[in-house]
Design a protein around this ligand. Structure first.
Ligand SMILES: NC(=O)c1ccc[n+]([C@@H]2O[C@H](COP(=O)([O-])OP(=O)(O)OC[C@H]3O[C@@H](n4cnc5c(N)ncnc54)[C@H](O)[C@@H]3O)[C@@H](O)[C@H]2O)c1
Length: 882
């Protein structure tokens, strides 16, 4: 048993302390965070880490684990002091070592005998020396040895990683002290590497991290290329991983890590091209590049506000593996990959870290998004029902034809036809177009169908009520070329609704028949023109299974949204007393998931958080989505959803509540946010496309049912880095990996400069232009950057590529494109191998050298043997080798 002081009670410190205590040591933890220590003293964990609470509890009870804010409680008498404090990044991106320094000086103040100071924080090489200096300066009386012992644990599996490490690395200038630290790990039966100096151990951690990041960065790049050539990146990674020299780990993680996604059916509200639409993610992907300034409804965590923000990236990728259904109170569900992040009350969490106890936001009261449509033009739907303007018969307003003579129609109509037109007061729409007559207040019909409809319909409250009633009770049938729209009601009890629909159409000059049959009374309008508008422009769906809220509603004022909701609810909804009262619930059900999504969002827009339950009735083969609104305030807010005659009794019932009962299951916060609790995460296998979306600024977007989810982490390294920046986390290694990529290209220029002294006036030949051999793809080809820099530096650039010449000529007009490698070499001061085409390996090097003005070769792909090249008399420079 050893006496150990652990400095810092974070992920690393607390895990280390609890595990070392569990191995039988006497461990005392110090942290400057009083709140954290007070929590730990009460047995509460400051963060969630599986199994940690039990481990801490067990060892605290056994008297092997203590917590304090005072170094004096922990350091005196200890054999080891393990520094596990934070090392945040400094302003320039470097590690901020001030916490480590402060910890070292507090240790020095408190120590009362020989001590081994162990550095577990992730620090750059040479930090151990700094710690030694601080200890020595503050307390030269007591001998202290500094040992580097980097930690490799991962949050989420910290205990497992600590107890079963792949390796333990310790290093110190003091071998004895290093061995003493290794002894702490002896019970773990793990390989221990003791390095003869402290810098090597420090370097292992940085090098390991950089390497893993490089693998991720590498495989992400492979994935991007794979996508372009139609390869399956997962199989590429699998194929690579089977090579024992490569191994599978972190190749797969690279793809998964960078590709958190949602399933394509999850929806978002997007604004683009002056319209707002509710569309599935799969559609955002296809539209993203086509529509500039595409925006998506987002919820901003800092201000808890809801606004439209631009979409930065939308991607799709094939996925095979586990997906997660996140289920919350109020019935919101989202399907995503396990690594998809969510905005929670306690910050961002990944889907597979979510559990009961986490709260996720629902966005309410979305802002008015675009200029509302005030009037619809029914002609906009013609193509949807395969009509052309020539198929439409138009009856212009009386005053349009008043005073018109057959002769005045002559320019467009034969005299006989002109007589007929004036007699009938109607003509083909194409004739009206040709005559240039006004269309306003005309009526339309088709040659084969007599029902006349107006050209325009006002988007007023009455109109949206009729739309709501259609979503509840309507369908549209086709019979040959006939289209019949109908609203079907109960024979009794819904007479007012029947009259509302009939008289609405009558007011607009549309003949609507009221038909009684065995099961229902229907209001029927037979009009192909109207059906085209109804189905093609409003996109309301033909029947209850494909019904959906029209996109034009999203830009409408609140009273129109309420009118649609009230029409829908009075058609299809009901209200009832909960357990006989006094609480009231409003309920409706639909078999269309798109309609359910739209209704939930409309309700959220009027400030109501409705719950949803999905279930199947005994007779049904489809799921029904039950939407419920409860709570005194919410029900009062929605009184117009119930028939006028019932409103009084509802208010009377609610008034009887002693305390106004609010619905359970969510918590409101301000105007735009309701928090709902996660109840469950369900896992299941999935194979198919998954989609990601990136919204800068808020880093969140509002998805199905108004549930807010965090941005997907796109697989593109640069985008991932940007996401990390958004969290105030600077991904140094990602930047390094990206920088290395970029710098790699410029390395060639540096080497040329070094060999040629100066570039202006030199002739530089590029062997290869394509991004890689056996393709003509020039996207992201290094040749482009290299050529541009050389031209800008005043060099003459000449190039040859077996396949990419045509594309290159367009991209690099300043470059002289020649017929082969020898033509490139003729009179050149240097050659650069840019793409490793096989034919460049087979060149006659002696001939090449003879053709060149100066025999300089910069081999960007390391395809030649340096020794052979030197023997031939070349000045040869490879990459990473000379
Ligand atoms: N979290 C990981 O997965 C992980 C893995 C390996 C290595 N590391 C490295 O370990 C170190 C600690 O990481 P963490 O995630 O545990 O950090 P953390 O922020 O969770 O915990 C650090 C703790 O140190 C405390 N602290 C700061 N200054 C102090 C001082 N002068 N005296 C006493 N306590 C002080 C803070 O209050 C905090 O509780 C970092 O260098 C990190 O890079 C972290």
């Amino acid at each position: 048993m050893s006496k150990v002081a652990v400095i810092g009670a974070g992920y690393v410190g607390l895990t280390t302390a609890a595990c070392l205590a569990d191995l039988g040591n006497d461990v005392r933890v110090v942290d400057v965070d009083q709140h954290k220590i007070a929590q730990l003293q009460r047995g509460k964990m400051p963060f969630y880490e599986p199994g940690l609470a039990e481990l801490v509890e067990r060892n605290t009870k056994a008297g092997r684990l203590h917590f304090s804010t005072s170094y004096v409680d922990a350091v005196p008498g200890a054999e080891y002091a393990i520094i596990a404090v934070s090392t945040p990044e400094g302003e320039g991106g470097e590690a901020d070592l001030s916490y480590v320094e402060a910890a070292a000086s507090s240790i020095a103040d408190a120590m009362d005998g020989p001590l081994v100071v162990v550095n577990k924080s992730t620090v750059p090489p040479l930090t151990g020396d700094m710690v030694s200096r601080v200890l020595q300066k503050i307390n030269s009386r007591q001998p202290a040895a500094v040992v580097s012992n980097p930690e490799f644990l991962r949050e989420g599996s910290a205990i497992q990683d600590f107890m079963h490490p792949d390796r333990v690395v310790v290093g110190s200038h003091d071998r004895e002290a290093a061995e003493k630290v290794a002894k702490l790990y002896a019970p773990l039966d793990a390989p221990v590497l003791i390095t003869p100096n402290i810098y090597t151990a420090e370097m292992v951690k940085y090098a390991s991290n950089a390497f893993l990041a490089t693998r991720i960065s590498f495989i992400n790049e492979i994935a991007r290329i794979s996508e372009r050539v139609g390869a399956d990146a997962k199989l590429v990674a699998e194929g690579m991983g089977l090579d024992k020299r490569i191994g599978p780990s972190f190749l797969d993680a690279g793809i998964g890590y960078g590709g958190s996604c949602l399933l394509g059916h999850e929806t978002v509200l997007v604004r683009g091209g002056d319209a707002v639409r509710l569309i599935p993610l799969s559609q955002v992907f296809t539209e993203f590049s086509a529509i500039e300034d595409l925006e998506v409804l987002a919820w901003v965590p800092e201000t808890r506000s809801v606004e439209y923000l631009p979409v930065r990236t939308a991607t799709v990728r094939p996925y095979e593996g586990e997906i997660i259904e996140v289920r919350t109170k109020m019935g919101r569900r989202v399907l995503c990959t396990p690594d998809h992040p969510f905005a929670t009350r306690k910050g961002v969490k990944l889907a597979d870290q979510l559990g009961p106890g986490d709260w996720v936001p629902i966005a309410t009261r979305a802002p008015s998004a675009a200029a509302p449509i005030t009037e619809f033009n029914l002609l906009d739907g013609l193509t949807h029902v395969n009509l052309t303007r020539a198929d439409v018969i138009v009856r212009p307003a009386n005053e349009v034809l008043a005073g018109v003579t057959p002769r005045s129609l002559k320019p467009a109509l034969a005299i006989g036809r002109a007589h007929n037109v004036l007699r009938a007061g109607a003509m083909r729409l194409t004739e009206l177009d040709a005559l240039g007559l006004a269309l306003d207040r005309s009526t339309l019909k088709t040659a084969r169908n007599g029902t006349e409809v107006p050209v325009r319909l006002q988007a007023d409250e009455a109109f949206w009520r009729i739309v709501g009633l259609y979503l509840a009770e309507g369908h549209c049938t086709r019979d040959g070329s006939r289209e019949r729209m109908q609203w079907s009601f109960n024979h009794t009890g819904e007479e007012d609704l029947i009259e509302e629909v009939r008289s609405f159409w009558a007011r607009h000059g549309v003949k609507a028949d009221v038909r009684h049959n065995l099961t229902a009374t229907s209001v029927v309008v037979s009009s192909r023109v109207l059906a085209g508008f109804w189905l093609g422009v409003l996109n309301l769906g033909r029947n209850c299974n494909d019904a959906r809220v029209p996109d034009s509603i999203w830009a409408q004022p609140l009273e129109h949204k309420r009118a649609l909701l009230s029409g829908y609810w009075q058609g299809d909804g009901s209200w009832s007393l909960i357990n006989g009262g006094p609480s009231v619930i409003l309920e409706c059900g639909t078999t269309s998931p798109m309609l359910a999504d739209g209704l939930l969002r409309l309700l959220a827009d009027v400030g109501v958080v409705a719950s949803m339950r999905v279930g199947r009735t005994a007779k049904s083969t489809r799921d029904t989505y039950w939407i419920r609104c409860s709570g005194a305030d919410q029900v009062e807010n929605l009184l117009e959803l119930v028939p006028e005659t019932d409103r009084e009794s509802i208010v009377a019932s609610i008034t009887k509540e002693k305390k106004r009962i609010a619905p359970t299951g969510y918590r409101r916060e301000g105007e735009n946010t309701a928090w709902v609790r996660v109840v469950d995460v369900k896992r299941r296998p999935f194979a198919g496309p998954v989609y990601s979306l990136e919204v800068p600024g808020a880093h969140t977007f509002v998805t199905t049912g108004s549930l807010v989810t965090h941005n997907c982490f796109p697989k593109d390294v640069a985008a991932l880095a940007a996401v990390a920046e958004g969290f105030d986390y600077h991904p140094e290694l990602l930047h390094a990996v990206m920088d290395i990529n970029r710098d790699q290209r410029m390395l060639v220029i540096d080497k040329l400069r070094a060999c040629l002294d100066e570039l202006p006036g030199c002739v530089i030949g590029l062997l290869g232009l394509a991004f890689k051999p056996n393709t003509d793809d020039m996207r992201e080809a290094p040749s482009v950057d290299i050529a541009k820099v050389l031209l800008a530096a005043g060099a003459e650039v000449r190039a040859y590529d077996p396949a990419a010449m045509e594309r290159s000529k367009m991209l690099l007009p300043g470059v002289e494109h020649v017929k082969d490698a020898y033509a490139v070499a003729a009179g050149a001061d240097a050659l650069v191998v840019v793409t490793e085409w096989n034919e460049f390996r087979q060149l006659d090097m002696a001939r090449l050298k003879q053709l060149m003005r100066r025999p300089v070769i910069v081999d960007g792909r390391n395809i030649y043997d340096p020794a052979v090249m030197k023997n031939l008399g070349f000045t040869y420079r490879g990459i990473g080798r000379e």
